[in-house]
Design a protein around this ligand. Structure first.
Ligand SMILES: N[C@@H](CCC(=O)N[C@@H](CS)C(=O)NCC(=O)O)C(=O)O
Length: 199
């Protein structure tokens, strides 16, 4: 059976779980405790030399890492991708945006506040992340005030990738009530058939 190495509380891992759930793809979820160093063991580094989760192991022994590459793989030829070349490129635009301009702000602020309990030596970094994180949220909100999903009328892996850390952004100090189109989009995703919560 397909194996996924991850931690459901990590947005990068949860986005994979959410897509597999939407697509009803059977898999075994293997919990990796990164805080205990389980992603850095000799055994794990053979699966992903970069020592990060999520990592997927296919039944033929091949591995795939990088959450958005995993989403792209499973979404191919499903309605979570696009049959149109430009549509696929727009999805990729949001996936790259998520990894460069969104996740490094929202996920790290969440890690500092929710996991580390806001240590004083990371307070300045946390404050700076509030600015860049709010900028990313405003961009998402702007798009969602024009279209119901990030790439038009239909949910895609762009939405799944960005939903993962956005819907728990309050755990990083972000006020989602400032972004009504994001709140409405979160509700649309949460009520989609096959939805699975992060908890
Ligand atoms: N760009 C990667 C990021 C993966 C990542 O940073 N994973 C974290 C958990 S959210 C991790 O494995 N950290 C363990 C470590 O860096 O040792 C992706 O999207 O999959």
């Amino acid at each position: 059976m397909l194996k996924v190495y991850g931690d459901i509380q990590s947005g990068n891992c949860y986005k994979v779980k959410l897509l597999l759930s939407f697509l009803d793809i059977e898999h075994e979820w293997l919990h990796v405790n990164i805080l205990d160093g389980e992603s850095q063991t000799h055994e794990f580094l053979k699966k992903n030399p970069n020592g990060k989760i999520p990592t997927v192991e296919f039944t033929d022994g091949r591995f795939l890492s990088e959450s958005n590459a995993i989403l792209t793989y499973f979404a191919e030829d499903t309605h979570y991708s696009s049959s149109d070349k430009f549509g696929r490129a727009k999805i990729a635009q949001w996936l790259f945006f998520e990894q460069y301009s969104h996740e490094p702000c929202i996920a790290v602020a969440r890690f500092i506040q929710f996991y580390l309990g806001m240590p004083i030596e990371r307070k300045a970094e946390y404050e700076a992340l509030q600015i860049s994180g709010n900028k990313a949220l405003a961009l998402i909100n702007d798009q969602l005030s024009v279209t119901p999903y990030l790439v038009g009328e239909q949910i895609s892996i762009a939405d799944i990738a960005l939903y993962a850390y956005t819907h728990v952004a309050h755990q990083g100090g972000f006020e989602l009530a400032l972004y009504p189109s994001i709140e409405a989009w979160c509700l649309r995703i949460k009520t989609s058939p096959g939805y699975i919560a992060m908890a």
